[in-house]
Design a protein around this ligand. Structure first.
Ligand code: 6GU
Length: 255
């Protein structure tokens, strides 16, 4: 099945350029993804092709006008849900990418200027932000959403990557460290266990590394998954990583 995505933007070439490369180009070639880009300016009705106007009540900057957007959203290519890209939206997460990848399609509306006329926001089924910072427009955010979603479609990634994806989705831990050749680089050696050929031991070590990294770098993820289990504490203990456990409030983390 093909995921049908429509993007409404004033920079259609910017979107198309990126879509033709990388993972997204491959997904499109394999007919797993079909992106239609609509140029917002072609839905204007004045000779200057205006798409922005100054805000009522005064203040700096320009707002995206509602009429061209409403005309664009009436285009037969527009597949619902309609998602407005805006810093006031809900933060986009991996779980959202998973949910979008299971739809028949969706439409992304890229904002530019200081924001949308509020009636545009109301017309969208939902608003999405890609994080707590401000971009000049929604185009990069649209590409982020499309890439995060399309790479989850069956057949876009190889089997190996899909399996790793599954493991992240299930236990929500960061990736373990990985190494390729050379074995020794300026005194930094590849951990012995990875050369041992003992696959079960490698799996255990990797799991301990994932726990360790997540505890150190993203304790918020550990909290979100409800702490770490007794078996996981054991495992860290086995590899001598007691220190990281001691520096944390054990009560809070143990589940
Ligand atoms: Cl979706 N749009 C803009 N303009 N800025 C953002 C964003 C979106 N997400 C984070 N910052």
């Amino acid at each position: 099945m093909t995921l049908r995505v429509t993007v409404v933007t004033i920079f259609p070439k910017l979107i198309e350029q990126y879509l033709n490369s990388s993972v997204l180009g491959r997904a499109t070639q394999r007919a797993l993804l079909d992106v239609t880009v609509l140029d917002l300016r072609s839905y204007t009705d004045d000779p200057r092709r205006s798409i922005d106007d100054s805000p009522y009540g005064g203040g700096p900057g320009m707002l995206m006008m509602p009429e061209p957007v409403f005309r664009a959203l009436a285009d037969p290519h527009v597949v619902r849900p309609t998602i407005g890209l805006s810093p006031i939206g809900a933060t986009f997460r991996q779980s959202d990418a998973v949910a979008l990848s299971q739809l028949d399609g969706f439409t992304l509306l890229c904002g530019r200027y200081e924001g949308f006329d509020a009636r545009i926001e109301e017309a969208c089924d939902r608003l999405i932000s890609i994080g707590d910072f401000v971009l000049a427009g929604g185009e990069l955010a649209a590409l982020v959403v499309i890439e995060a979603t399309a790479r989850l479609l069956n057949g876009v990634l190889g089997n190996e990557e899909s399996a790793r994806e599954e493991s992240f989705a299930m236990d929500r831990l960061l990736e373990h460290p990985q190494y390729t050749r050379p074995r020794v680089l300026g005194g930094h050696e590849v951990p012995e266990v990875l050369l041992s050929g003992d696959h079960e031991e490698v799996d255990r070590w990797r799991y301990a590394q994932r726990l360790l990294r997540t505890l150190e770098r993203r304790p918020d993820l550990i909290e979100a998954r409800g702490g770490i289990s007794r078996e996981e504490v054991e495992l860290l203990h086995r590899y001598g990583y007691d220190e990281v456990l001691q520096t944390m409030n054990k009560e809070r983390f143990e589940r």
